[in-house]
Design a protein around this ligand. Structure first.
Ligand code: SAM
Ligand code: SF4
Length: 324
């Protein structure tokens, strides 16, 4: 089997699949206010492509896995809990020998699904929560009542899932929430990761005035807690620290501390288009090449070449389409 590897040793080991591009939230950093970006579930006139079926996903995943062994799969979106055949899909993925299945969700529907997801074989969930303050959370998510998210988080912890929280920090919007979010995660005994705002989709050409850096996040936390840096694991997107009250937090600092040099992710968007890098909007449909292993290998090698050497720049890709 030809090794699909670039000249600095990067390989595709993790596949992120955006199951669908619809969502019940419209987070300000993810989608614009523009009418075309309103989630289909709220809109009568927006035309969305039908999501792929579990069989279609399975065929694509198994062909890639046979040429390029995958260690884990992350299901994302849009909102993956809105994908109708989620449990069937998870079962199918496990049947091809990939048992490390993870999910990234806004947790709105997690309270009722956490146990079933755990029983289906999901190991861990990353949950987006950008504020403890409910009014602020409403403004950021553009949802009238995001408070169910907290019940979802707590149900996932109870179900034994490995839970991590993700919070995108924006200057003047929710930088006041760093400590309340950290304290909430510490009380639950789970990790939280703060994300630097990425210039994706509608933010690509923006000035990024809301950007709040890794250094500023650290300064904010150090005002309350002494912190100690933890060693970074291979291909980890976040750097981690431990606080003096035994909380653990990470920072995903695409701008300040990019992790391109050992990035091992391949992404598939909700239309079945594959991307080698979030910072490169060039994508390829792999479905037409599944019948020919040589062609598929060449396509995967081409996607690997799109990874940036060292730096993340952002791109026009919509996060709701590609899944983060
Ligand atoms: N709906 C799910 C959720 O919110 O967790 C999954 C899809 S969402 C696109 C995946 C991740 O992308 C979330 O953690 C979200 O916070 C992050 N994200 C979206 N737009 C972003 C941006 N402009 N900068 C940084 N992170 C972003
Ligand atoms: Fe939906 Fe997730 Fe995007 Fe928010 S970040 S609008 S929850 S896809």
């Amino acid at each position: 089997m030809t090794k699909i590897e670039d000249r600095i040793g990067r390989r595709f080991e993790k596949l992120r699949i955006s199951l669908l591009n619809t969502c019940n939230f419209s987070c300000v950093y993810c989608v614009s206010e523009d009418a075309n970006d309103i989630p289909a579930v709220f809109s009568t006139n927006s035309i969305k492509e039908q999501p792929l079926t579990p069989d279609e996903f399975n065929r694509i995943i198994s062909e890639i896995h046979s040429l390029n062994p995958l260690k884990s799969i992350r299901l994302t979106g849009g909102e993956p809990l809105l994908y109708r055949d989620l449990y069937t899909l998870i079962k199918n993925i496990r049947s091809i020998g990939i048992n490390d299945i993870r999910l990234t969700t806004n947790a709105y529907y997690l309270k009722e699904k956490a146990i079933k997801l755990s029983e289906a074989g999901v190991k861990s969930v990353n949950i987006s929560v950008d504020a403890i303050d409910r009014e602020l959370f409403k403004r950021i998510s553009r949802h009238p009542d995001p408070s169910r998210v907290f019940a979802g988080i707590e149900a996932a912890v109870k179900a034994g899932l490995n839970v991590k929280l993700n919070a995108v920090i924006m200057r003047g919007e929710n930088d006041s929430q760093i400590i309340p979010l950290l304290d909430y995660a510490t009380e639950l005994g789970i990790k939280i990761r703060f994300l630097e705002l990425m210039k994706m989709g509608h933010l690509y050409e923006s000035k990024n005035g809301h950007f709040f850096s890794e250094a500023e996040i650290l300064e904010t936390i150090k005002e309350k807690y002494a912190i100690e840096k933890l060693p970074r694991k291979h291909a980890e997107t976040a750097n981690y620290w431990r606080t003096s009250n035994r909380g653990i937090f990470g920072i995903i600092a695409n701008e300040s501390t990019p992790f391109c040099h050992d990035c091992n992710r391949l992404r598939m968007d909700s239309n079945g288009i594959f991307y080698g890098c979030l910072s490169n909007a060039h994508g390829e449909k792999l479905a037409p090449h599944l019948h020919d292993k040589d062609q598929l290998t060449e396509k995967l090698k081409g996607l690997l070449l799109l990874k940036q050497p060292v730096r993340f720049h952002g791109s026009e890709l919509s996060m709701r389409n590609i899944g983060g």
